[in-house]
Design a protein around this ligand. Structure first.
Ligand SMILES: [Zn+2]
Length: 289
């Protein structure tokens, strides 16, 4: 594809979202697809729970990595061995998947190492230990709870309208709910709401048809742009090499690029939230206008 592939080292404390996970999948696809697993070691058992480490190792041993894919914020691998298996990784707060020569010393926070038949090893490094790797026969066991893929053909303005019409809460937590739409997190939800001039506390059911169309378009365009840029840029990137520059997220006190009003940080559903107080009318002002 001609783009520079990132080393998928995720900065601690910033949760990777759909674009960052997609960048990780691309990185792995080039390096491990078609390779066979020759061994695995687990140094933090909880990372692979509910499997016991020995079970985890036995299940994936000698399987061929048939296909890499993403579902929501999960990195998926379809494995072909005696049976078809799936290996799902959720990076959570600090996880990263790297491919290094097998001879490389195991790093302190490498929780799982998966050796391949090409002299390379997949290392799941996770400082804060919230990340998970799960092996399953039926992918529904791990990703069955997830809602629609926002870049998939099923995600239409009508689907978004239906989804919002049944929700009691405000728009931001609704868009973050993985069982409704899979893959959007705190960075991109703030970006999308700023783009569409919708305040995050606006009730989901009061979003009008014109706004629904705009919201749908902004969700797809923002995620697509961030995928092309390999994720978000926070100086050196969430994923190394990520070049997406947020318009509001993390820009507290800096001028809104539309109206120059300083970006504010508020808390919505316990999440730090970035808004332009002028462009994004509060629900009260919205009701009065
Ligand atoms: Zn503004």
């Amino acid at each position: 594809m001609g783009i520079k592939q990132p080393s998928p080292a995720i900065k601690p404390g910033i949760m990777p979202e759909l674009p960052e996970v997609e960048a990780t999948v691309e990185y792995l696809r080039e390096r491990v697809e078609g390779k066979t697993i020759t061994g695995a070691s687990v140094s933090w058992p909880r990372t692979v729970s509910p499997s016991a480490p020995a079970d985890f190792q036995r299940k994936i041993l000698n399987a061929r990595i048939h296909k890499l894919f993403r579902r929501g914020k999960y990195v998926g691998m379809e494995l072909h061995g005696e049976a078809r298996l799936f290996l799902f990784t959720h990076l959570r707060m600090s996880g990263s998947l790297d491919v290094v020569p097998t001879s490389f010393e195991v790093a302190r926070h490498d929780r799982v190492c998966i050796d391949l038949n090409n002299g390379k090893s997949i290392r799941f490094n996770d400082t804060r230990k919230f990340g998970r790797m799960r092996v399953c026969v039926d992918p529904q066991d791990v990703v069955g709870h997830l809602g629609v893929e926002p870049l998939g053909s099923e995600f239409t303005p009508a689907a978004l309208e239906e989804l919002l019409s049944t929700r009691k809460g405000s728009i931001k937590p609704t868009l973050l709910n993985q069982s409704l739409i899979a893959g959007i997190g705190n960075i991109y939800v703030d970006e999308v709401l700023w783009k569409t001039k919708i305040h995050p506390l606006t009730s989901a059911t009061s979003i009008n048809p014109r706004e629904i169309v705009a919201l749908h378009k902004a969700i797809q365009a923002t995620l697509q742009e961030a995928i092309e840029k390999l994720g978000t840029d926070f100086g050196d990137g969430v994923v190394d090499g990520g070049m997406y520059r947020p318009r509001v997220y993390g820009r507290e006190g800096k001028p809104c690029s539309r109206c120059k009003c300083p970006i504010e940080r508020i808390v919505v559903g316990q999440r730090g939230t970035h808004i332009c107080p002028k462009c994004q009318k509060s629900p009260k002002k919205r009701a009065a206008s």
